[in-house]
Write a protein that binds this ligand. Structure first.
Ligand code: CUA
Length: 175
């Protein structure tokens, strides 16, 4: 049996059902596209960070100096730091810890600097569900005012090796 070409039907106009589905898909694409910037403003989460470059060893140094200056204690080997009102706050992601533990005051604005000194980590503040990708070499600068007291945990949500699941940090907000 000789090979025959299939019927050439693809140049025929699309029928009604096909047109409806294409329209639905286009409208849905536009909704999703609009939601991305819209959610930035109305979503009440993931505020914009001001990204700056910093060498990981420099970030390590400034974090070390910050800890030394405002350290008030230690918990399981991790320093607990209580910065003064309005201070620049440094938080370092390092396999597999968030350093230091922070003690903040409710209603006070802090300028956060969050970075990594080894590889990519994921900053995820719980239960607020505020998420940032933390990459070495990039200082994520974030103006943050805690509005409720309590204990918040920072989990790492980017796989960063064998201890990834143990990478949990803490922020305590007091009245
Ligand atoms: Cu750090 Cu996963």
């Amino acid at each position: 049996m000789p090979i025959t070409s299939p019927e050439t039907y693809w140049w025929k106009p699309a029928d009604k059902e096909e047109k409806i589905w294409i329209s639905v898909a286009i409208v849905w694409c536009l909704i999703l596209f609009t939601m991305m910037p819209l959610w930035h403003f109305v979503g009440g989460q993931n505020p914009s960070v001001e990204p700056m470059k910093i060498r990981p060893d420099d970030f390590d140094k400034v974090t070390g100096a910050f800890i030394e200056k405002y350290k008030i204690g230690e918990e399981s080997g991790i320093p607990v730091v209580k910065p003064p009102d309005g201070a620049d706050v440094y938080l370092k992601g390092q396999m597999w810890n968030w350093i230091p533990i922070l003690e903040l005051k409710k209603g006070v604005n802090y300028k956060f600097h969050i970075s990594s000194v080894d590889l990519m980590h994921g900053f995820s503040l719980q239960p607020m569900n505020m998420n940032f990708q933390i990459v070495p070499g990039h200082d994520n600068i974030l103006n943050l005012t805690p509005t409720a007291s309590g204990t918040y945990h920072i989990i790492c949500n980017e796989f960063c090796g064998v201890g990834h699941h143990t990478m949990v940090g803490k922020i305590v907000v007091k009245d």
